[in-house]
Design a protein around this ligand. Sequence first.
Ligand code: HDE
Length: 738
Amino acid sequence: MTSTIPGKPGSATPSVEEPTAPREPLPAAPDQRGPENVSATGVPTGAPEASRAQSGAALTTAQGVRLRDTDHSLKAGSRGPTLLQDHHLREKITHFDHERIPERVVHARGAGAHGVFDSYGTAAGITRATFLAEKVSTPVFTRFSTVLGSRGSADTVRDTRGFATKFYTSEGVFDLVGNNIPVFFIQDGIKFPDVIHAGKPHPDREIPQAQSAHDTFWDFVSLHPEAQHHTIWNMSDRGIPRSYRTMEGFGVHTFRMINAQNETTLVKFHWKPKLGVHSLTWEEAQMIGGLDPDFHRRDLADAIEAGAFPQWELGLQVFPDTPDQMFEGIDLLDPTKIVPEELVPVQPVGLLTLNANPKNFFAETEQVAFHPGHLVPGIDVTNDPLLQARLFSYIDTQITRLGGPNFAQIPVNRPHAPVNDMFRDGFHQDAVHEGVAPYKPNSLDGGCPFHAAIAGDPNAGDALVDAAFIDVPEELGTVRKVRENPQSFEDHYSQVTLFFRSLSPVEQQHVIQAYTFELGKCYEQAIRERQLQHLANIDGYLAAEVARGLGLPVPEPTVPPAEDVVPSPALSQVGKEWPLDGRIIGIVTDDTSDAEVVHGLREAIDAKGMVPLVIAPTGAPLPDGSPVQRTYLTARSVEFDALVFATGSAQVDAGTHPNEDAKIADPAGAGTVDPRLTLLAAEAYRHAKAMVFADLTPVLEGAGVDREAPGVFVGDPATKLQDLFTAMTTHRVWQRFP
Ligand code: HDE
């Protein structure tokens, strides 16, 4: 019997031509290998051959067998049925069929980055954690997220943002799993399924996606006075960040720190962005949701790729560990309360720099598993009942999400400290454990491994004196087993009032508009009225304005008005100046623009660590050959922090514009202006962005921009650029908002 080999002369199935010539592969990059020191038996599992990263010039099966064709299935004749015998077809399709894992039940949509945490040593007096000792650098992985939306939902929805950081410390993994809002909806974790069921899309039609503007969410929060504080933060500009790089982060709960003398302190964690806290406007957020749903993900990755590494200072608010765990009347175990920074300043303890994008989204960002119970010696939890429930939930959900109990062996989750546990077997076991005695005590493995202890521990016995995690002994006194909250959890309004009254007038307007919008999207009148009652208890002006927008009467407050609230200026985002690294400035050009001027603008913007994007009528390079990044068709104002119109007399040549009706008559009488340019200018003007207009451009008039308005600079673009930079340091030209 003879056979033909496909691809050879005379064969029935010609090979598909390779688009590039085969070449010798690069060796696996170091970060494609897992960290070493991870095997329980001490065998390094990070060797290149253990890596599944693509390597080698030839395509293979999962078993390493080289393939000559992956484009045609094995058939009984070229027009015949496919054969069950085709092992490669079956392997390829079967693997594909199982590519998806369940998305996170909350925080499904996220973006991550690698980085480093450099400790100042300022916390060394209150914690024995070595990663907080002086001048220690610790590798980290941070994942930012929205809460409610599915994995493919838009980034800019109104929601809380997750801010979770994994520190690969020399003493094991520490996870700081925080949010960009310092309080939470509920005081007891047993209510978490309730609040999430209410916030997620309605179960019958699965709408709306990734938002709180619907009946079930407002039904829940209006039935929970304790949810009012978190809710007003969501309704404020904090709910729609400009970028992950411009968000604060909070550990929310109070944690406990233990120092070398075994003294304890209570702390709250804060992340302070070096670029300041900035937000989108609601209209921008909505537009970006359609125009660029990946806006935050893209922004983070682009900034890191461009070398504008985002940075946050980690700070601590420190409180004495008193028996009642109260501070000036604020219950430190109540996760719906903050301690104003004016009362207890945030003290910086280290610097986080995100400096590398993940190489593979699924392997790293999707598979990373955070857990508030990943603690290191020197940091412990408190009895905050929300935190206590979280301590159960994270590993539990990860067992389903990551397919078994061995997810700590996934490269992004592997500790950089040696692991010597006695956990064995289970799905996806990657380690080849040696020895016969995975139990303690044992005599067969020479008693190994031993317990560790801390220096001076009277109970150390024969333990190795090394950093060990110590649960802080706590006196519980005589307690009754009860299902109830402490009385000190009962004040639900005074801090909400504090938040509202600490905002600037323009931020207060945004809060009013957000409540009016969201409640306007509720169909049930009873829900709107119930929520209005809470607003009346928070602040009379807030309630009156929202009621007016909804066309409802203003209810009388049912609690005594909070007259003695002292505002906390730290809660406002307005009124400060910030660095501009990584900000995006659009340079609008047309056929009359001077290429040299445009070149100069790009260089000047670049020199400031910002990103210039040239916008031109088409994608054709400028006359000097320099590239164009956006066209009139692909540019939309919401992508830019500021705009420079380096256009000349940009008029649409009658007859060449594709849409005659779209042309706008230029009031200055200069003819017609491309409507996409006037739209660009009008939107940026409305969103209070700083703008430069070249003298000659008719765009300004076409867009209805007041040339005298603050943050509008008319003249030679090169000379006006410095004014633009100065105006941008406050993020927006706030005076322009009505
Ligand atoms: Fe979470 N949360 N959470 N949460 N959470 C999860 O864990 C949970 C809470 C936070 O980027 C889940 O692996 C309960 C507060 C972040 O991977 C789950 C309660 C804060 C992330 C879970 C809370 C957070 C999560 C879903 C109330 C801020 C994303 C997937 C008791 C301090 C982490 C997962 C990432 C994720 C449970 C409340 C932050 C289900 C039960 C408060 C940033 O385990």
